[in-house]
Design a protein around this ligand. Sequence first.
Ligand code: NAD
Ligand code: DAU
Length: 339
Amino acid sequence: MNVLVTGGCGFIGSNLVKYLRRQRPDWKVVNLDKLTYAGNLETLADLEGDSQHVFVRGDVGNRELVEFVLRQHRIDAVMHLAAESHVDRSILGPEVFIQTNVLGTQQLLEASKAAGIKRFLMVSTDEVYGSLGPTGYFTETSPIQPSSPYSSSKASSDLVALAYHHTFGMDVVVTRCSNNYGRYQFPEKLIPLMTVNALHDRPLPVYGDGQNVRDWLHVEDHCQALLLALEKGRAGEVYNIGGGAERRNIEIVRGILQLTGKPETLIKYVQDRPGHDRRYAIDPAKIREELGWTPAHTFEQGLEDTVRWYVDNRTWWERVMSGAYRQYFETQYKARLAA
Ligand code: NAD
Ligand code: DAU
């Protein structure tokens, strides 16, 4: 089996490429990635010399290139993860989110249709459902009500992928997962950002009252669910994937301070994110009952392992945070603390 993973140099994509190489050693994994600020080849250094992993630098929106790659490597299935993924950046500049997430996905679907791909797995997000109140869960039939430019671009691409199934008969499966955490996550998302700030003894900027809730999913559990959805999911279906670990942001920040041995005086409440979704929580009954998936990691152990990994892998995050990204980060960080 030959699989194209898009975005395989990002956080989830790199974990997925490695997971596939371990779990399906006879598969060829072709990794198409544009290497934006969020994609780093260094993350895949341990795959150097692995002839079953092929890296291609390119844009999912480049239909000619994608079609060439699909045919050249006789790709059977596509796992589509490439995206602009950070909500705060989508608020500062939505255009590239529409370009990559919406138009890029449509070009990739078109190339996949032309090349006769047997299965297209679209990795979407629980953010397409918008925000929950204090109770209830997202199911696959919850209304699509995205709030941010990021989540609306993901909702669009998710629905376009489903439209290619309904209209053109393409074999498409959509997954919508909750907040991932684990090694190799870019230090702009909550857990790695707070860990890195704590290690630098810098203030930890908590948005609003810190009471927003996310449902945390270990990236390895997510990879396992994606492989199951690829192999056993039913065409045209959506599967929600959640970690069953709802936590308030402030609890997580306190946990990170404890794990790094830093004082709570580093916590700084800052201006809220515009349009900030209050709570996400997934009902994973469908994927559990149909595909037999349940998460293996507990959040407390997973968080401890993740924080330890950042402590032990300073070189990785210092490198990925250098250059143009550092400039962006410093400007945003200072603006947030000053607001
Ligand atoms: P990430 O930002 O860490 O990585 C994205 C990768 O896509 C990078 O390697 C980047 O170089 C690549 N990329 C960006 N634009 C591209 C383009 N035009 N062509 C080719 N490659 C391009 O993202 P992530 O957190 O690993 O998320 C992966 C996918 O999972 C995304 O589709 C995201 O929406 C979805 N998702 C993420 C989470 C999460 O908690 N991180 C949760 C739900 C869904
Ligand atoms: O739910 C799935 C989504 O999870 C994915 O689709 C996105 O790609 C991924 O980035 C993530 O989105 P969030 O906006 O939930 O993740 P983020 O890590 O940016 O923020 C998590 C929570 O922490 C959110 O309530 C905002 C808050 N936060 C975040 C940052 C970066 C802070 O309080 N301070 C911060 O500095």
